[in-house]
Write a protein that binds this ligand. Sequence first.
Ligand code: NAD
Length: 464
Amino acid sequence: MTLIERVTVADGREIPDAATGEIIGRTARHTVADLERMYQAARRAQKGWAALSQERRDAYLLALADAIDAEAEQLAVLLSREQGKPLEGPNARFEIGACSAWLRATAATSVPSEVLVDEPGNRSELIYKPVGVVAAIGPWNWPLMIMIWQVAPSLKMGNSVVVKPSEYTPLSVQALVAVMNDVLPEDVLHVISGDREVGAAMASHPGFDKIMFTGSTATGKAIIKSSADNLTRLTLELGGNDAGIVLPGTDIATHADDLFWGAFLNTGQTCAALKRLYVHESQYEEVVDELAKRAAATPMGVGLDAGNVLGPLQNRRQFDIVKRLVDDARDRGARIAAGGSPAPELGPTFFQATIVADIEDGAPLVDEEQFGPALPVIKYTDVSDAIARANALDAALGASVWGDDPDAARQVALQLEAGTVWINAHGGIHPMVPFGGIKGSGYGLEFGVEGLKSVAVPMVITTA
Ligand code: NAD
């Protein structure tokens, strides 16, 4: 039986191929009653899972990684069709590889207990215990990798988990959970394929001990409100509108590929992508030209076709957002240096890789999160002004500084408001390096030791 056959149900909701619109499967129509059933089963299973030794749970994580590797190509094809990202490039196969890599790295990371005070009459030790049952709510852009970011540390720390994928990408997440449940003890991991109503029911459910949420800032705020009465612990990885600043005197040829991919990774549908680029006037035209050349030359098309590395917008709603922002930029007199239009010959939600020049802060393409293949490039004269403009928005997930003088770049990095500032790169992540936003991009950290602590509860043992 193929993975898609395992997760598709006869009377389920039709899920289209994001590139072509062809129906690829039918997802279960889970309801709030299903949520309750899964929650209760996860609650019952949690104690037994937590009672296993850390070594046993780590061994499970390694076995999960192996099981994913064994089904990697089937998972990648399903992900490519449902999400739209091509198989090749930093896309579907890469995402599946990241899932097993993250599981292995999580197995290899641990939270040491800390002796905080050790003096006569007072020895205080800080330890971390499982938080309990985790609700993991995810988006549609990197649906499998982000699910693993939420689930791997949760399982590691002795929690059970109920996963809710985005209603746009349920099948690939259900397939991944099916592969994982071939390995895990029964009921430790559940997946509920529901709509926003089911998400809202998870957020207000009094039983969940922790909500790991990745998605938009608006939904993050709704989750804070719905969970307030239960004091549910939250990690909120929300929207970004990352700025990059290219410092004067930077060798553009060296950095042009990384600038391009910083913005166009996953066809721009990446939380910590470069979403507005500030370039000093002395090199403005050169940067616009280099980016435009790459936008025009990078193969875009149906994900299963060899050679493509850019794909469609995952859904019509996101396509409409990108089109509105680019049309508005054109209408207000900005220069379209590359792309600028839908590409219906490729499929219904394709939009050309677009570089927009001669645009200012205040334009919606700059101030709103485009989450698609359209990068505004803004001219600046004074570096301190560029820093102020980069910091002016509420979104503060990532930011980047580009320059060949390490001290000057670091000085600028220190002044930027963001959870991560990259120098001469944008968007790179590592399982040992904490990741999370500030301001409107949320709170809490994932990855590494900090990520493990976020799915645990601290407890102090003090001995007199
Ligand atoms: P979204 O907020 O629309 O949906 C995310 C999830 O929340 C879905 O599963 C949805 O069903 C669920 N949901 C909707 N309403 C809910 C409610 N009231 N209570 C609980 N859950 C609810 O986000 P999206 O459009 O799927 O994702 C795109 C956004 O996610 C972008 O803003 C992007 O920047 C952000 N994102 C952030 C990160 C990060 O790590 N910070 C990573 C990826 C994506």
